[in-house]
Design a protein around this ligand. Sequence first.
Ligand code: ZN
Length: 294
Amino acid sequence: MRVFLAAFLSFDTLCSMLNQLLIAFGFSAIIVALAYWRGSLSGSGAAGALLVGTLTFGLGGWQWGVVLGVFFVSSSLLSHYKEAEKRTAAEKFDKGHRRDMGQVFANGGLGTIIAVLSAVVPTTAVATQTWFYLFVGVMGTVTADTWATELGTLSKSPPRLITNGKPVDVGTSGGVSPLGTLVSFLGGLLIGLTAGLLTDYNLLLTALAGALGGLVGSLFDSLLGATVQQIYYCDSCEKDTERKVHKCGTTTRPLRGWSWLNNDVVNLLASVVGGVTATLILLSTSVAFAVLIL
Ligand SMILES: [Zn+2]
């Protein structure tokens, strides 16, 4: 690994990278400890979040760390918001609000990989701005999804299936509501605005990358949820669910969808779509700019 890194980076760069990783570890440890104490993370979730925080902040830069922090803190706060009202809807979701390592990696894993790549791939091959927009789109999507899950379930009107518009129960995979969609957009917008305000990149463009990346990514998430995501059925409650074991304790049986495509994989694929959307927004404006000059 050292030889591999040394091929790209000088000794000084490695030292400052190590320094930044240590600082990142310190900040991440404080936030993760608070989240664990508040009951937002399980033990394995805390370990995963420490790794995600250290690498994202340490290798991407402090702006990346703040963007990750905005996702994490806003999502944790929202998961405690109106808890009692959400409990029935929450039964349909795969896990409780104490996030484990699988959920942490499903939300933060891809962003972490992008941060690592941005540090080791030469900037002559891929510009730092491209990696950052990819990251903004990914974080926009996970924020949009989490916000929509936490707040969309409070919608007064029943959600409708994204594929055929049929009304479905609150919390059903693939169900969308005007409130949930608006919340998705706002979640991505917050990430885009944060990213734009912290960097020298165009504020409007960066905000748009976060908002549209998040919206497109979370709509793709709903589309998978309505079609090919693995959905289970609880025979005792006569309800469909994303959980292998229902909240009532009954082992559920597969109802529809592909067996490998569980909720975590769906989140990951949606993040890829959100990240690509954000990057395309950046590329399309570069192309438009080039055309204007010519
Ligand atoms: Zn049940």
